[in-house]
Every structure is written in C-alpha cells, then in structure tokens.
Design a protein around this ligand. Structure first.
Ligand SMILES: [Zn+2]
Length: 370
C-alpha cells in the first residue's frame, strides 16, 4: 500500500490545450506569442508534407524556423545530438509533431534550452501529449527510464482533421487507454496514494470529476465516433472522444496515478506476441482484470465488455495475440505486473489473485463472444 501521510493536494496540467479542425494552420500565430526561434521536430511519416508547409508558413519573418525529421527510437544520444545541432540557433520554442517518441524528444530538447514546449499529436492513441515527462529507450528499443520535467507542455495543439484521418486502430487504442482513467483514479482515491504531480500529492476533486467525464464520454460517444472515423468524418462525437482520449485521460493519470490496468499492460509485454499490441489495447485488457480483482458489480463489468466487443478492444487472450496460453507464462505475467502499480489498489494484491483475474477476464470474454 502506498498511502501518503499528509493532506496536501496538487494538480498539474499543460498551460494551454487547443483542439480543432485545421488548427495546424495557426501554428505560427501560436509560436509568435512565445518566441522567434522555432525548432520543429516532425515524425518521418509527415515530414515531407509538413516541412514544406512550415517553411512556407515562417517565410515572412521575423520568426525563424528549423524543421527536422524525427526517425526511430528516442535515445539519450539522439536528444544530445539534436541539442548540439541547434546550439547556434538557440530555440526558444520547441515543437514536436507526431507520435509519442517525437513528442517526448521535443520535450527533452526543449527542457535543455528552457524553451517553450508545443506538442502536436497526430493520433488520439494515448494520454502522453499533456504530460511533462519523456520515456527514454536504447537504440534497440529497451526501456531505460523516464525524464521528469518541472513543467507540462506549454501548449498541446490538436488538429482534428489530421487525427480523424489516422488509422482507426489508434483511435480505438486511445479509448482503451482512456477507459483506465476513471477505474485507476478510483483505486488511487480509495487507497489515498500519491499522484504524479511533482513529489506526489493527494488527488483533487477536479481529477475525480475529470476522470468520470472521460469515462462517460467514451462509453456514450465512442461507438458513433468510431463509425465516423471509419468513414473519414470528423463529427462532434469524434471531437469529444479525442478530447477524452487526450486531455481528460492525460489530466486523469497525472493527477491521480496508474493502478492495476497499467500493471497488466506492463506485465504482458514479457509475452513476445503481445509486443505488437498498441499500449491502449494492452491497457484495455488490464481494465477488465482490475475490475474483476476489485470485485466490481456485474453491471459495471458487463458494460465495459459490451463496449469493448462493439469497438474491437481485446477481451480474450486470443484477441491479445496469445496463441498457446499456458499457466506458467500467465503466472510470469502476473508476477511481472506486481512490479508496476498494483500497490495503488486499496488492498494487497498477490500474483495468484492477478493470475486468477486474468483467466477470469479471458473466460468471460470467450463466453460473451459465443
Ligand atoms: Zn496509458
């Protein structure tokens, strides 16, 4: 149990959050408010189109821009190399556009220059954009650790036209990650565990309200939003779910903490077939396991199973990509998951409890599919 022994509460968030269709066209207007030396890191997938666009956007001075392509893994060496390459330019605004690794590299480079950080996610697949940390890997993709910054990004800018055109699997995975928010916040509140603001404080009323809104938005609007996305449309429901997946989910996790759902997502990575899962897909299965381990009412559990079946989130080992399930591997996953956040639950969790809950989650998933 990780209880805190004081009553001080705290809340962290990005300074600004702007979300709307074609908002990327206003980037210069936003960076002008912060400085004139703008470094933009762009994911390789978007580089060709957007390097031209940004160079044109900044061609009428006085602001100067350097647009750099970001490829591959986020490593300490790569961060140092980018910092060195732009040392004469001295960026006062660092923008990261793309997936998690590009965003996290921009946060790290920005931190070195004490610059303004602007994050432009191109999918709504995780809660990472709003948070003030970078996850660092080796060249071979091994997780090294996280760098925590004193501030969150100054601006998180979402162009929902870009996000609604990304493959729908990202959007669905984002809903899986976001559906852990309320479930994990509730565990955090019940156990009085520290949140992820600075050294760790008590949760606020705000985070409980935000987490509930995140949950309700996805359950109410997720299905119609997904239908719109699959038809290449950007409706109000799509906008609402993008906000839930990104802002509400991001504020939720930072201002409470992870718990059982994310413990399963981390533990399951030891099974090789699960390495192809998106983060939110693995977390989604973790939500089922956490609800079962907590003994939640069947109406609550069934509502989540029905939603997962409707949108295609995993409810069985087979859907996680695990072909030949054996008890020894499942016990290893259970033991590995205990290294993460199960201590946030309001009761002690053992490997046997996790093992049983995983098998029960799968059994229920199989039964409901029949
Ligand atoms: Zn997550």
């Amino acid at each position: 149990m990780s209880k805190i022994n004081h009553q001080t509460r705290a809340f962290g968030s990005p300074s600004r959050y702007i979300q709307g269709r074609y908002e990327i066209n206003n980037l210069k207007e936003y960076t002008d408010a912060y400085g004139q030396h703008v470094l933009i890191l762009v994911d390789t997938f978007f580089f060709k189109e957007y390097s031209q666009k940004f160079n044109t956007m900044y061609s009428n001075g006085p602001s100067k821009v350097i647009v750099k392509e970001f490829i591959g893994e986020i490593t300490a060496e790569k961060i140092d190399a980018i910092v060195e390459e732009v040392k004469d330019f001295v960026p006062d605004v660092v923008v990261g556009m793309g997936g998690g690794k590009t965003m996290d590299t921009a946060k790290a480079v920005s931190n070195e220059y004490k610059a303004t950080t602007i994050i432009i996610p191109t999918t709504a697949s995780t809660d990472a954009p709003t948070i003030g940390l970078s996850v660092i890997y080796t060249k071979d993709g091994k997780h090294v650790g996280a760098r925590h910054y004193v501030k969150n990004p100054d601006l998180v800018l979402l162009d929902t036209d870009i996000i609604s055109k990304a493959p729908s699997r990202f959007f669905v995975a984002g809903m899986g990650d976001a559906l852990s928010t309320y479930v994990e916040t509730r565990a955090n509140l019940q156990s009085h565990s520290p949140n992820y603001v600075g050294k760790g404080f008590c949760a606020t009323i705000a985070v409980e309200a935000i987490s509930k809104a995140c949950h309700e938005t996805i359950l109410k609007k997720g299905r119609s939003a997904l239908m719109a996305i699959k038809n290449g449309l950007c409706t109000i429901d799509v906008e609402d779910v993008i906000e839930a997946n990104t802002l509400l989910s991001g504020l939720g996790v930072q201002n409470s903490s992870c718990a059982g759902s994310h413990s399963i997502a981390e533990g399951i990575t030891i099974i090789p077939e699960c390495s192809k899962l998106y983060h939110g897909e693995a977390v989604a299965f973790g939500v089922l396991v956490q609800l079962i381990i907590e003994g939640r009412p069947s109406e609550e559990i069934n509502e989540i199973y029905t939603f997962f079946n409707d949108v295609g989130l995993p409810t069985t080992f087979e859907m996680l990509g695990i072909k030949n399930v054996n008890d020894a591997d499942l016990m290893k996953v259970a033991e590995e998951s205990l290294k993460s956040y199960w201590d946030v639950e309001p009761f002690s969790v053992t490997a046997t409890m996790v093992f049983d809950a995983m098998k029960m989650a799968n059994a229920k998933g199989v039964a409901l599919k029949k």
